[in-house]
Design a protein around this ligand. Structure first.
Ligand SMILES: Nc1ncnc2c1ncn2[C@@H]1O[C@H](COP(=O)(O)OP(=O)(O)OP(=O)(O)O)[C@@H](O)[C@H]1O
Ligand SMILES: [Mg+2]
Length: 240
């Protein structure tokens, strides 16, 4: 379970995220939706300790990302939206390096990564430099690195953008399996179709505020518009 309490971020005078409170239960895929600039990535970066919040906190089980970051960070994996890092490393070396952060030997690291690397079709490219990977291949190597230590919560910023249909299909299956094993999957997405088909609950962020959290069915009931699509409801809720 992830608990977000009064999470806010200001950049100077601009409030990017304003007082978000949210509980994401185990066993669910939770999708964060919102227009460009709404505050999704800023929220995920604060949740994962990449950005310091202006106020508020995030708890993984009972461990706070602010006051107990080491314990909190053992409990999740984060894949950012622009995976342009570690370009000078080969895929293998990157996975061995990530394994070492979790006290895995080289063999342990490679055997834990093997399943995801094969599933995502990058196993045969591990001997190449990440610099020479395509955008989708970089996403897949970082996803493999993030998932290989078997974290409880997966936090994925736009995980399906730019992936080919087969890879997107496999990642969606991996997410569902992880949630079905009783873990948390939190993703941000612009693809409303994905949200409608894959996600158990959605949170809609607009201008830094969480304006809805619940199932799509609950959203339709709240708006009293059972015939509307998620796209229609989303556009109405987030219109300028
Ligand atoms: N480091 C920063 N300094 C100043 N402003 C920032 C910074 N990072 C983000 N912002 C601003 O905060 C707001 C939220 O940005 P964020 O990246 O969280 O949006 P997003 O919902 O992830 O959008 P997208 O759908 O385009 O990925 C935007 O107005 C952005 O310009
Ligand atoms: Mg973003």
């Amino acid at each position: 379970m992830i608990k977000i309490e009064h999470l806010s971020k200001k950049f100077g005078n601009f409030t990017a995220v304003n007082d978000i409170n949210l509980i994401i239960p185990n066993g669910k895929i939770y999708g964060l939706l919102g227009p460009n600039g709404a505050g999704k990535s800023t929220t995920l970066k604060m949740m994962t300790g990449i950005l310091n919040p202006t106020s508020g906190d995030v708890f993984y089980d009972s461990f706070s990302i602010n006051s107990n970051p080491l314990e909190a960070k053992k409990r999740f994996a984060f894949v950012p939206d622009s995976p342009d890092m570690f370009l000078g490393m080969k895929g293998y070396d990157y996975l061995i390096f990530i394994g070492s952060l979790f006290d895995m030997s080289k063999d342990e690291a490679l055997s834990s990564a093997e399943y995801f690397a094969k599933e995502l079709n990058i196993y045969d490219s591990l001997n190449d430099y990440i610099l020479n990977y395509s955008h989708g291949m970089r996403q897949k190597i970082f996803l493999t690195g993030a998932l290989m230590h078997n974290p409880d919560a997966w936090i994925l910023d736009e995980p399906l953008t730019g992936l080919d249909p087969e890879s997107a299909f496999k990642i969606k299956n991996l997410m569902r399996e992880h949630a079905n094993r009783g873990h948390v999957v939190l993703l941000s997405t612009h693809i409303l179709d994905v949200a409608e088909k894959l996600v158990d609950e959605i949170g809609i962020i607009n201008k830094g505020e969480l304006i809805f959290s619940g199932t799509i069915q609950e959203l339709k009931e709240k708006k009293n518009e059972s015939d509307s699509t998620l796209e229609e409801l989303f556009l109405e809720l987030t219109k300028k």
